[in-house]
Write a protein that binds this ligand. Structure first.
Ligand code: ADP
Ligand code: MG
Length: 499
């Protein structure tokens, strides 16, 4: 198709142009209703592929396949070392096909190729990290005080069939953040990628089959949220649903899960604060805070979207961050030298533009320079808003775009600083820039958020748990906690009889 970017490799182009089906029970099958939906390149707004539109009937088939695979035993009851080996093989395949996967990520999501490529390495490392846990997920022997002689122990068992619903901002890593711990724990999965970005999950499905996972262990159903997604979240045959996306959709997932009280984990929105104290290393803090909001065009749940700068350095820091944003080059992700790609869709672009307008109408000052619009794709340039009143929608609501709200603080009393951080319904992340280690620790303790970074932003190590307080979610991804949330804890007590 001529709509594909000319710099795309043959391999990636051929994959995109193939017929795309659903992965159910180890086979690529046509959707029951025979429907397809469009995939567009957000860098041009043009149609690049059509993929299978899975609906409730396909979810039924996928859940049934996952159930059979779960009961069959060659997965859930296989030797832990064999599960590790399969996962390690998958990690190797992801790395071997890294260039292709990175290109698919660009065409799906729009981000610059260099960032997509780095994401692939991180993705393979996440699989390896989780592969290592398979042989280490132990229970414990429990000493009982009841009369008699007992041997009691706990053991972790896979939760069962898991539905996983993921967003479009990091299509491949979001798939792996979900799949890797679930598979490590011995679950079987039905994965529904976001409708905006279905391509990479489909290629991943091929690699999963190539790695040798038994049929039905991973099923992939592309389709729309309100249809395939809702059917998966409500399905009585699903034991757990894991979701990443907006808080509004997260609440719908919880409601849908009520029917069979399936377990739910949610990784939702954020409105994360970043604090720059006057004693910070500003040469690091300025690019750090800029990238915290501009990276991936701000389409990051943990984006540092509220910037609090101490009044002593406020004017300089805000001007420098705006200038940093002004220097970032916008353009198609396949073209070298671009720092920022487009937003995911026209809907998202217009939403972000409306927020910027609402901020302006509410009295905020746009510090960033105005740029000419880029034709075709869904581009929004980095935008720094100053003089933002704490009650404005731009300060309170998650925008999911490259829009930073800067506010001064001049109170060195940490309780008031923490109150600023916590003045939100979210609690995903917070950043602190200071050279005073005592201040950093004390503030970190007071902030109600799942992750805090000091003199850094978004530390994406597979070992470090990630997730939200408050309305940013339930449960954690990454780390041992992620695996444990894909398991049920069983306690067994054995009466050994009289001594
Ligand atoms: P956005 O609105 O930006 O697409 P969402 O949080 O709605 O963000 O989407 C994240 C994921 O949730 C996507 O895979 C989407 O298809 C899915 N989704 C959307 N609505 C629902 C729903 N009602 N039930 C289940 N999944 C949904
Ligand atoms: Mg939605």
């Amino acid at each position: 198709m001529s709509n594909l970017h000319p710099q795309l490799s043959q391999t990636a182009a051929q994959f995109i142009q193939r017929e795309h089906r659903l992965l159910i029970d180890g086979r690529w099958v046509a959707p029951s209703a025979g429907k397809q939906f469009d995939v567009e390149d957000p860098g041009t707004g043009r149609l690049i592929a059509r993929v299978a539109e899975g609906q409730a009937a396909d979810i039924d088939l996928a859940v049934a396949a996952a159930r059979r695979a779960f009961e069959a035993g060659d997965w859930a009851r296989c030797k832990p070392a064999d599960r590790t080996r399969l996962l390690l093989r998958l990690a190797d395949l992801i790395e071997q096909h890294g260039d292709e996967l990175a290109e698919l990520e660009v065409m799906d999501n729009g981000k610059p190729l260099a960032f997509a490529r780095r994401g692939i390495t991180g993705t393979a490392e996440m699989v390896r990290y989780m592969a290592g846990w398979v042989t280490k997920l132990t229970g414990e022997a429990v000493p009982l005080s009841m009369p008699g002689t007992w041997h009691a122990y706990t053991v972790r068992e896979p939760v069962g069939v898991v539905g996983q619903i993921i967003p479009w901002n990091f299509p491949l890593s979001m798939a792996i953040w979900k799949l890797a711990p679930a598979l490590a724990a011995g679950c079987t999965v039905v994965l529904k990628p976001a409708e905006q970005t279905p391509l990479n999950a489909l290629r991943l499905g091929e690699l999963i089959m190539e790695a040798g996972f038994p049929a039905g262990v991973v099923n992939i159903v592309t389709g729309f949220g309100g249809d395939a997604g809702a059917a998966l979240a409500a399905h009585p045959g699903v034991d757990k649903v894991a979701f990443t996306g907006s808080t509004a959709t997260g609440k719908r997932i919880v409601q849908a899960a009520l029917g069979n009280l399936k377990k739910v984990t949610l990784e939702l929105g954020g409105k994360s604060p970043v604090f720059i104290f006057p004693d910070a290393d500003l040469a690091a803090a300025i690019p750090g805070a800029a990238n915290a909001i501009f990276f991936n065009s701000g389409q990051v749940c943990s984006a540092g979207s509220r910037l609090y700068v101490h009044r002593k350095v406020y004017d300089q820091v805000v001007a420098d961050i705006a200038a940093y944003g002004d220097r970032l080059q916008l353009g198609h992700g396949m073209e070298a030298g671009n720092d920022l790609g487009p937003l995911i869709s026209k809907v998202q672009m217009e939403r972000v533009q409306r927020y910027i307008e609402a901020g302006r109408e509410g009295g905020a000052t746009v510090v960033s320079s105005q740029r000419p619009a880029i034709e075709g794709g869904y581009f929004v340039p980095p935008t720094v808003l100053a003089d933002t009143d704490a009650r404005l929608s731009v300060v309170r609501e998650e925008i999911f775009g490259p829009v930073l709200c800067a506010m001064p603080f001049d109170d060195d009393d940490l309780a008031s600083v923490a109150a600023l951080a916590n003045d939100t319904e979210y609690g995903l992340f917070a950043g602190i820039w200071t050279q005073d280690i005592g201040k950093a620790h004390k503030l970190a303790k007071r902030i109600r958020a799942g992750s805090v970074s000091v003199n850094a932003h978004m530390v994406n190590d597979p070992a470090l748990p990630f997730g939200g307080f408050k309305q940013s979610g339930w449960g954690r991804e990454r780390g041992r906690e992620a695996l444990e949330l894909y398991s049920e804890l069983k306690s067994v007590a054995i009466n050994l009889g009289q001594d």
